[in-house]
Design a protein around this ligand. Structure first.
Ligand code: HDE
Length: 715
């Protein structure tokens, strides 16, 4: 017999393969009884009452009535995928976690991305933090890294989490608004919580409206600990950096996408994986020896702080690739249960008080959502390392443990299952010396709330600063209570005076000096001594914080809309299409209807969309295809305004637009014709290679955010 090594991927397939293929099968009840009529209930007569005896109807309806489980209280809206994590550089020096030791080691993963505030059916494009939760199915048990796309958090202590979430969720009296932070209660809370100001800078930046889940960073947020085989401790911060770069959409675009395609991110992830354009991230770590814990002007345990990459560089050590869509959304994406407390030997918690609180919450929430302490037996949650313990029974128990023994120590079962020695992979918490008083208080080292907010703001490019400012104006304009607006402006004033003044002007409030940063001050401290408004960040500027400095040399998986009508020039379409596709871009044809487009030779192109039923927000760039007849069709009076609006909107959203040869008549009907400034992403061609290349690099650069004002002034 062939002796084939069983990989973890094979094990995942076995464990998780509870899939059913219904093809060529007869319909049955849940007891396996074949059903002979699935159309009608059992009645006393054709027109008579239904009989209680109808066990088939009752089974079907009862099951249906219980199809929903409670959605996640936060992060309800999400999408997931399977994949693999590959280690490229050993971290054995720092951690004994086996999946981080052996170069080339591949560990299966399941990743779920999410928004935080909205319900399961809410739009993907809400202005919100994104969850980035990774379950590593390691040989030593499941390790969950339950992070976000923003490296800090709103609050410093778990005690405030329910308050934060209550504040951002729909208001309790009328349940408005859905999936939005732009309302009174959120900003009321924020205005009284200066510790949230660093996170607010991130959440109001374009990071909160990503172009794609595939174009977001991921962060573990808290400091964790690595423990090596000698027991030495290093603090560690986890990072995922997308190979496609970090890109966002414009806020006006996000709002429109929410209407035209609320599943934009879900669809994007699904389709990319289906097409084989597998999303990839570099996995990186920032490592700080335990003895250097206090070397920084912030506290490593404070989750409202980053460790600037200038101080501790990110070492890239692995690759995360998502390569398989779930077979069933509910069974996998909905039932996957993450928990920061799912650890493996070699990784441990720090004393970050937010992380410590999370350690309680996640099991508790699984009990309420999945309804049983046996949630670990659901295929998606199973460990590839088989589970052996004396836990038993409970709702929906799947495992059938043989024998009489369910206690330890025992002699009847030969003492099994045994405790594992550390050398055999037994987990032992880091043996940390603890010496202190029992207090309900916060460390003074947590009290600097503004300096890293300044660092973030100062590190943004001019367009990014403007977007952040506009986001604040948008959000605060929805706040109806003037005092709240004023208090937020007062907080912003501690970060940047110009930002505060600009926001204040648009809100019609004054910049008032707040007496004291409120909120997280130890109860018996003198608040004035803890004010941090004048503190400047020791790192003044960090390149890594600006999306301006992200990857801009790939067009992989960008969606390019080809606008055409009958008579389009086949040769031009085919040539650009193959160039773009050879670089991994996706070309979608936009016709005047979905009827096949007859080109200027015998070719026909089948449109993916009709221009009247799609908006340009669904594309990264446009090609206005050449062809005399096509141009004629697209400028006919009935369709001309639609074409113009379609292109104008792409123009406003700073996208690359390529006008093919002799498409001047279309160009003229757009606002672009009015432009007086130079614009590197508007390409008009004579059809040569250099304009193709110019277009490709404009697409790779994502958007010309620096020209946004010029472009919008043409609207
Ligand atoms: Fe969570 N969080 N969280 N959180 N969180 C949940 O667990 C909680 C926090 C994060 O795709 C819940 O299974 C508390 C920080 C993600 O399934 C719940 C506190 C970060 C996900 C919960 C925090 C996160 C959750 C809801 C403060 C970034 C979605 C459903 C002490 C590092 C995981 C669930 C998925 C989900 C509690 C703070 C990330 C209620 C109490 C900080 C990505 O247990």
């Amino acid at each position: 017999m062939e002796n084939k090594e069983v990989t973890n991927n094979d094990k995942i397939d076995q464990l998780q393969d509870h899939t059913t293929d219904n093809s060529n099968e007869k319909l049955t009840t849940n007891q396996g009884l074949k059903i002979n009529n699935n159309q009608d209930s059992l009645k006393t007569d054709e027109r008579g009452a239904t009989l209680l005896e109808d066990f088939i109807l009752r089974e079907k309806i009862t099951h249906f009535d219980h199809e929903r489980i409670p959605e996640r209280i936060v992060h309800a809206r999400g999408s997931g995928a399977h994949g693999v994590f590959k280690l490229n550089k050993s971290l054995a020096k720092y951690t004994k976690a086996k999946f981080l030791n052996e170069v080339g080691k591949e560990t299966p993963v399941f990743v779920r991305f999410s928004t935080v505030a909205g319900s399961a059916g809410s739009t993907d494009l809400a202005r919100d933090v994104r969850g980035f939760a990774v379950k590593f199915y390691t040989d030593e048990g499941n390790y969950d890294l339950v992070g976000n796309n923003i490296p800090v958090f709103f609050i410093q202590d778990a005690m405030k989490f329910p308050d934060l979430v209550h504040a951002v969720k729909p208001e309790p009296d009328n349940a408005i608004p859905q999936a939005a932070s732009a309302h009174d209660t959120f900003w009321d809370f924020i205005s009284l919580m200066p510790e949230s100001m660093h996170m607010i800078m991130w959440a109001m930046s374009d990071r909160a409206i990503p172009r794609s889940y595939r174009m977001m960073e991921g962060f573990g947020v808290h400091s964790f600990k690595f423990i090596n085989s000698e027991g030495a401790v290093h603090f560690v911060k986890f990072h995922f950096k997308p190979k496609l770069g970090v890109h966002s959409v414009a806020w006006t675009e996000a709002q429109k996408i929410s209407g035209t395609d609320p599943d934009f991110h879900r669809r994007d992830l699904w389709e990319s994986i289906e097409k084989g354009a597998f999303p990839e991230w570099d996995f990186g770590v920032q490592i700080i020896p335990e003895e250097n814990e206090h070397d920084f002007d912030f506290d490593l345990l404070d989750p409202t702080k980053i460790v600037p990459e200038e101080l501790v560089p990110v070492q890239l050590v692995g690759t995360l690739t998502l390569n398989r869509n779930p077979d069933n959304f509910f069974a996998e994406t909905e039932q996957v249960a993450f928990h920061p407390g799912h650890l493996v030997p070699g990784i441990d918690f720090s004393n970050d008080p937010l992380l410590q609180g999370r350690l309680f919450s996640y099991t508790d929430t699984q009990l309420s959502r999945l309804g049983s302490p046996n949630f670990h037996e659901i295929p998606i949650n199973r460990s590839v390392n088989t589970v052996h313990n004396n836990q038993r029974d409970g709702h929906m128990r799947q495992q059938i443990v043989k024998g009489k023994v369910s206690y330890e120590p025992n002699s009847i079962g030969g003492g099994c299952p045994f405790q594992a020695m550390m050398k055999d992979g037994g987990f032992a918490s880091h043996n940390e010396r603890v010496d202190g008083h029992k207090v309900r208080a916060r460390s003074e080292s947590f009290v600097d709330h503004y300096s890293q907010a300044k660092l973030f703001f100062n590190s943004q490019s001019t367009p990014e600063k403007e977007h952040l400012q506009n986001a604040l104006i948008f959000e605060l304009s929805k706040v109806t209570i003037p005092e709240i607006r004023e208090r937020v402006v007062g907080q912003l004033n501690f970060i940047n005076k110009e930002l505060a003044a600009n926001v204040a002007e648009k809100l019609g409030v004054e910049v008032k000096k707040l007496d004291k940063p409120n909120g997280s001050i130890p109860a018996d401290a003198d608040p004035s001594s803890l004010q941090s408004e004048e503190r400047e960040p020791s790192t003044k500027f960090s390149e890594a914080l600006s999306m301006e400095n992200t990857v801009k040399d790939t067009i992989e998986s960008r969606i390019i809309g080809f606008v055409m009508a009958n008579g389009v020039n086949t040769q031009a379409v085919k040539s650009l299409k193959s160039k773009l596709e050879s670089k991994g871009a996706v070309v979608q044809i936009i016709g005047t209807s979905v009827a096949p487009v007859n080109a200027d030779d015998q070719t026909t192109f089948v449109p993916d969309h009709s221009i009247s039923s799609v908006a340009s927000v669904s594309f990264d760039a446009l090609y206005i295809c050449p062809g005399e007849k096509s141009v004629e069709q697209l400028t006919k009076p009935d369709i001309k305004p639609i074409v113009a609006e379609f292109i104008n909107e792409a123009y406003k959203h700073c996208k690359a637009i390529y006008f093919g040869k002799d498409t001047d008549e279309i160009y003229k009907v757009t606002n672009i014709a009015k432009k007086t400034h130079k614009d590197r992403a508007i390409i008009q061609t004579s059809g040569d290679n250099s304009s193709d290349e110019q277009f490709i690099s404009a697409v790779a650069a994502h958007r010309v955010w620096d020209l946004e004002k010029d472009r919008n002034s043409m609207a």
